[in-house]
Write a protein of this length. Structure first.
Length: 400
């Protein structure tokens, strides 16, 4: 994937500390956004049952009518911008549903759904490094952990609150500093795992930090205390927030580590090859689900792909059925069996001793370069017009 635009839009996320009045205003806004979204979804669902089509313009007209009713007059107390934006989000959800890219939209829950509100340029003011939202008289107390790009003007601002009670503001800005890096001839195969998070075709192994395991004792204790609290009590709410803070700490460390790792790989290599794993199916294994979730392979791949698009690099995903572990990277002999407990093995044909993960990474690199030569995409197709995917049509390159 290569960047197709000269200027990349990036979201810069910061933590902020609202006053009591600002927190109350934002909480009301979150509730109104959820209410409008659910009302619009219910209206569109009823119209769907009657075989009628309702689009964004129709739901926007409904919103105007809802505000005039006695039951929903409280919608006038918050900014109208986030309410209109949630209707646009619902329209996008239906677009993805009709294109068969997603399931039918679901109703938002007061306790489980993510609390957020999106403001466009008419709903906020950004001057002299201070951000003031509509219906507020004071700017937000933002912790500027990193500067915005010079001269940046946010096009949208999203305010959110996580389950740990922390407040965040995300500003979408154009970042002229993101430009394609100079091309180089480096290519690397990446084999993901649990004992080692990544094994590269160069022989380098990157340890798995196991962030969840480090806090497992604290997490278990917090869950035990939560289970003893009465349902609906204030003490249970406090205990739940302590559990959420531990989970947030784990997620923050994991995300930080993956950002540093993917940035380094993208800067050092022109072509990056990895296996097209179905993590959603793999976590169904109850023995490995916790470890696989902690490794965050899907998040790693997502970061790798969008950063590669930013900086003009190529990411190739090899078909998941390619036998990278059972294939000798020296002579190409395919072994009949390769149990997971076998970490080192010797090829019976050429006598080469392989480290299982390094050998897999080398095979992924070889077949990934073949996929590139055949013109296959980042996500190889299962059913191509010619039959099999590129990875199954041509064998990996072997040294003479």
């Amino acid at each position: 994937m290569r960047a197709t635009t000269t200027c990349v839009k990036r979201a810069f996320k910061y933590r902020f500390y609202p006053t009591d009045a600002q927190a109350a205003e934002l909480s009301r806004t979150f509730g109104c956004v959820r209410k409008v979204y659910n009302l619009a979804l219910a209206a569109r669902t009823e119209a769907w049952a009657r075989q009628e089509r309702v689009n964004y313009n129709a739901t926007s007209a409904m919103l105007t009518a809802w505000k005039k009713t006695e039951e929903l007059v409280f919608l006038n107390e918050v900014s109208s911008v986030p309410l209109q934006q949630c209707l646009r989000h619902l329209q996008t959800a239906f677009t993805h549903f009709f294109a068969k890219r997603a399931k039918y939209p679901r109703f938002k829950s007061k306790k489980k759904s993510h609390k957020s509100a999106e403001y466009t340029t008419s709903g906020f003011r950004f001057r002299d490094g201070q951000l003031t939202l509509a219906k507020m008289s004071q700017p937000l107390d933002i912790v500027w952990s990193r500067p915005l790009p010079e001269g940046a003007k946010p096009s949208t601002v999203t305010v959110s609150q996580d389950t740990a009670g922390r407040w965040f503001v995300s500003m979408l800005c154009e970042d002229p500093g993101v430009q394609p890096l100079p091309a180089n001839g480096n290519a690397v195969g990446i084999d993901v795992g649990l004992n080692h998070l990544l094994t590269l075709s160069t022989g380098e192994k990157i340890a798995n930090p196991r962030h969840e395991r480090r806090d497992r004792a604290r997490l278990s204790l917090a869950h035990s205390r939560l289970a003893k609290k009465a349902t609906g009590s204030a003490n249970r709410a406090k205990a739940r927030r302590k559990v959420a803070k531990i989970h947030a700490r784990i997620a923050d460390r994991r995300r930080d580590h993956l950002h540093k790792l993917t940035t380094r790989l993208v800067r050092e290599n022109q072509t990056l090859v990895m296996e097209d794993l179905t993590v959603r199916n793999m976590v169904k294994n109850r023995h490995l689900a916790r470890a696989i979730s902690d490794a965050a392979w899907a998040e790693f791949r997502s970061m790798l792909e969008y950063k590669a698009a930013w900086y003009g690099r190529d990411v190739v995903a090899v078909d998941r059925f390619f036998p990278s572990s059972k294939l000798c990277s020296s002579c190409g002999t395919l072994q009949e069996k390769m149990p997971l407990n076998v970490r080192t093995w010797t090829c019976g044909s050429c006598g080469t001793t392989h480290d299982r993960d390094v050998n897999a990474a080398k095979n992924l690199l070889a077949v990934g370069l073949t996929v590139t030569a055949c013109g296959a995409g980042v996500r190889p197709q299962r059913r191509t017009p010619g039959g099999q995917s590129a990875t199954k049509q041509e064998a990996p390159r072997r040294e003479p």
